[in-house]
Design a protein around this ligand. Structure first.
Ligand code: NAD
Length: 331
């Protein structure tokens, strides 16, 4: 039987490493391209330990056209690409937008050039719910228009989705909500330096004693307890959505976009309480002023992914919180 090769730029990262495990389980042969600029070779070792065999990977910068062409030249019969490689810190993107435009848009353009040259037609792109800006209607559906981007990071996701629409490739843009948790083995996870602004890593770092407290940015929003509301999706469920998308794309040429969330809005205070209860541990927190750039609330309508991809979130937020804490203790 032919190998079902999938090239995965950014596959050594947090979401990528979980997706590689799922691709392998489903019979694909994933090949990672990653320069480890925001991850660790430990994830590659962790993947190998989980799947019980070595995984092929290339330590290459995805903005290097010649080097990417060489990989496509080497690997014939590629079924598709799952493109994770990008920087992801909203805060850093505000301080250094050019770094984000160059890498996030630049890497996609390089990959598309190689796809064209080597006749690969299918690409799944890591988008984000930030493309919606501040949505008018909740839960937000894929039909909602893209509002003003709240950060250069969000703008790169909007631009990348537009680039995919304007090209001839078949594509799925997966609009992730807030990924949390880790593989139950704690052998793979988030090694990035960009966690300072994500709630769950802040909670786990506080619980372990590396931070004094969690600052809750504002409790005067128009929500049930006054704190911001997000849709936390277990990274295992998120990883599975990529495999479903690849299967779907191979059978359904065209342009597609799917929300990948649970549909459940959880406030910051609720998230802290769920973490405390799930892990039987207290977390020190205090209320601070609102943070610039935070939107009041967003959560997904993921019905389209259910209907078209046969995908829906299965893991609970409690399971995600337990695995996030295990990862913090073990990493
Ligand atoms: N984690 C989130 O909260 C979140 C939410 C929505 C969307 N996303 C998107 O999902 C994707 C994956 O996110 P993640 O959380 O796994 O981040 P991550 O930083 O853990 O993974 C990204 C990987 O890409 C690699 N990379 C970046 N630029 C590269 C380049 N030029 N060449 C080669 N490798 C490069 C990094 O080393 C890293 O391994 C990103 O595109 C991100 O914007 C993430």
């Amino acid at each position: 039987m032919n190998e079902r090769k999938v090239i995965v730029p950014g596959g050594a990262g947090y979401i990528g490493s979980h997706t590689i495990v799922e691709l392998h389980k489903s019979g694909f042969t994933p090949i990672i391209i990653d320069n480890l600029c925001n991850s660790s070779e430990k994830n590659i070792k962790g993947i190998s330990e989980i799947i019980g065999k070595d995984i092929k990977w290339h330590n290459v910068d995805c903005t290097n056209q010649k080097a990417i062409d060489n990989i496509f030249e080497l690997e014939d019969n590629i079924e598709g690409i799952i493109h994770f490689a990008a920087y992801k810190s909203v805060e850093e993107s505000v301080q250094n937008p050019k770094k984000y435009y160059d890498n996030n848009i630049g890497s996609l353009e390089v990959i598309l050039n190689s796809m064209k040259k080597y006749k690969v037609n299918n690409i799944i792109f890591s988008s984000s719910c930030t493309v919606y800006g501040i949505p008018d209607i909740l839960p937000v559906t894929e039909n909602a228009s893209f509002k003003k981007a709240e950060s250069p990071y969000a703008e790169t996701k909007q631009i990348c989705e537009k680039i995919l629409i304007e090209n001839n490739f078949s594509s799925v843009s997966l609009r992730y909500f807030n990924p949390i948790g880790s593989h139950s083995s704690s052998l793979i996870g988030d090694y990035s330096d960009d966690k300072a602004s994500n709630l769950i890593p802040i909670i786990t770092e506080t619980a372990i004693g590396n931070r004094e407290k969690v600052t809750v940015f504002g409790n005067d929003y128009n929500t049930s307890d006054g704190t911001c509301i997000r849709d936390y999706i277990h990274v295992l469920d998120l990883a599975k959505s990529h495999v479903k998308s690849m299967d779907f794309l191979i059978k359904n040429a065209g342009k597609h976009a799917f929300n990948i969330g649970t549909g459940i809005g959880v406030s910051v205070l609720q998230a802290i309480r769920i973490f405390e209860k799930s892990n039987n541990i207290k977390v020190n927190y205090s209320i601070g002023p609102r943070r610039i750039g935070d939107i009041e609330q967003i959560y997904a309508n993921s019905n389209l992914a259910k209907v078209k991809l046969n995908w829906e979130a299965k893991e609970t937020i409690e399971q995600a919180m337990i695995s996030a804490w295990e990862w913090e203790k073990k990493k």
